[in-house]
Design a protein around this ligand. Structure first.
Ligand SMILES: Nc1ncnc2c1ncn2[C@@H]1O[C@H](COP(=O)(O)OP(=O)(O)OP(=O)(O)O)[C@@H](O)[C@H]1O
Ligand SMILES: [Mg+2]
Length: 505
């Protein structure tokens, strides 16, 4: 169940997430397409509208220009009259007037160059214009010419060629007509060579999205609508996709982290349940062993079968020792449960170290002697008194001794040492026993944790001893360390601050 959980959760989350991502992407694509379409349509409308407006404004200007020209032509003094007309016609750069035979009527005093320009323009005027009358726009190289058949004073048709002043058109027509246009796009007017004559913004990186020609008034010219960089639906779509993908990715990461965390918590919980079951079995067994010894010796004594005084004394000692062991065991479990419940209190008083260490070792003298342990005790002289809860530290030390005995093999040697290192009292218990694999050294301090069954086979224990030791040390502002190699032995050291908080005050 637990191992299947991640796969299950992954499928249950990844499948909907993938569908969601795909759907989101498709929706965004569709949205992009319709937005793009709409955008282009709008741009086309803007271009048409601008072209229409320019057309109207130009026609209006031309109409005034031509009617004034016509009235100037009725004056007897053609030269000065046209000069006066020209002075007012700012949109016209040059004007040429010819009769049907090709004679230049104006400018009255023409230079050779002007004459050739006039001839060139005339060559482009279709014959039909003379007969049909009216006006025509011509693009001659860079020049835009408005050709128009007019009546001269004597009634004969004459041709007026007005060369437009591009700069004046830009200034007076384009800027005025398009300047006020408010749009997210840029409106520009391009000449016949696609050079911008006017633009409502910077065209540098902009994309052209729509154009509309100005065929009647400015041949070859057109209105172009541009899109500033980054404003296109595609760019905003790309931003949306990036945001969407990032959000989805973040969501997936959060979900995955959640699954992993849940999985780990569940595995821990089931491991804890197994450890607790082991704990109950181990504690019951540990309690039963001394109890049956006490009972057996008690019954033997009760029956009065032991006549020998020395043997009787020996039996009494066994009973006392086993009940002490029982008390120790029960104390361990009770203290542990108090610690777990946060109800443990410590009674901190300055305590002499040497007597405490010796008494604790003394309590183990019988089992050690019986199992043939050699004990080496090395207590530094002039150890200061240390502020501590003597019972708790004694119990921690007893746990280390108990482990040293329990986890020793053929080499039955224990070394207990007490010394001051820096600002700390170091109480160490070393054995030459089975040792602890490096990867287990951190875990042995966890509650209920016991190193793999094979290592501890035949050695019962509840797995709370070192958890208790660690807690006691932390409560004293100290710590417990282990230095161990498998098959070589272990050294556990209790570190206690010599000056406890407030002790020197
Ligand atoms: N001196 C040691 N040498 C080798 N392994 C040890 C030693 N001390 C502890 N261990 C390992 O650490 C584990 C945890 O020790 P701890 O004292 O907490 O529990 P325990 O001895 O199994 O049970 P108890 O609660 O009865 O002390 C032990 O099961 C053992 O595997
Ligand atoms: Mg132990």
């Amino acid at each position: 169940m637990i191992t299947r959980l991640p796969t299950l959760a992954l499928t249950a989350i990844l499948v909907p997430a993938t569908i969601l991502a795909a759907l989101g992407y498709v929706t965004l694509r569709q949205w992009e397409r319709s937005a793009e379409l709409l955008f282009r349509e709008q741009a086309r409308d803007v271009a048409m509208m601008a072209a229409g407006k320019l057309d109207m404004v130009m026609r209006e200007a031309d109409k005034g220009l031509l009617s004034r020209l016509q009235s100037a032509l009725t004056r007897p003094d053609l030269g000065p009259a046209l000069d006066a007309w020209r002075a007012r016609a700012s949109l016209v750069r040059d004007v040429y007037l010819v009769d049907r035979t090709g004679r230049l009527l104006y400018p009255t005093v023409a230079k050779g160059e002007e004459r050739s320009v006039a001839t060139r323009i005339l060559a482009h005027i279709p014959e039909t214009l003379w007969d049909s009358g009216g006006q025509r726009e011509l693009a001659l190289g860079d020049q835009i010419v408005l050709a128009c058949v007019v009546r001269s004073r004597d009634g004969a048709p004459a041709l007026a060629a007005l060369v437009r002043d591009v700069e004046a058109i830009r200034r007076e027509i384009l800027e005025r007509a398009l300047g006020g246009l408010e749009a997210p796009t840029i409106v520009a007017v391009m000449d016949h060579a696609d050079r911008p004559v006017y633009s409502g913004g910077r065209l540098g990186q902009a994309d052209r999205i729509a154009t509309a020609p100005l065929p009647d008034v400015l041949p070859g010219w057109r209105v172009a609508v541009y899109q500033p960089p980054g404003a296109s639906p595609r760019a905003s779509m790309r931003r949306q996709v990036a945001v969407y993908t990032a959000a989805l990715g973040l969501l997936l990461v959060v979900i995955l982290v959640g699954i992993v965390a849940t999985y780990r918590v569940m595995r821990r919980e089931s491991e804890m349940a197994r450890l607790k079951a082991d704990f109950v079995a181990n504690v019951s067994h540990d309690l039963k062993t001394p109890l049956s010894v006490i009972r057996m010796f008690g019954e033997t004594l009760e029956m009065g079968r032991v006549t020998d005084d020395a043997t009787r004394q020996e039996y009494y000692r066994v009973i006392t020792r086993e009940s002490e062991r029982l008390s120790r065991l029960i104390d361990n479990v009770l203290d542990f449960s108090r610690i777990e419940g946060g109800r443990q209190r410590y009674d901190m008083v300055p305590t002499a170290v040497e007597p405490l260490v010796r008494e604790t070792i003394e309590a183990f003298s019988y089992p050690m002697a019986q199992q043939g342990f050699k004990v080496e005790v090395d207590i530094a002289a002039d150890l200061p008194e240390v502020v501590m809860d003597a019972d708790a530290v004694g119990q921690a030390l007893a746990n280390l001794l108990d482990n040293a005995i329990k986890y020793s093999g053929e080499q039955r040697q224990i070394a207990v040492a007490a010394r001051v290192e820096g600002e700390q009292l170091a109480l160490s218990v070393a054995d030459r026993g089975i040792g602890i694999p490096p990867e287990e050294q951190a875990r042995i301090f966890e509650k209920f944790y016991r190193v793999g069954r094979s290592e501890t086979q035949g050695r019962r224990g509840s797995g709370v001893g070192l958890a208790l030791v660690r807690h006691v040390m932390e409560a004293h502002g100290g710590r417990v360390t282990v230095d161990s190699r498998p098959a070589d032995g272990s050294r556990f050291t209790l570190w206690l601050p010599v000056r406890a908080r407030g002790a020197d005050a």
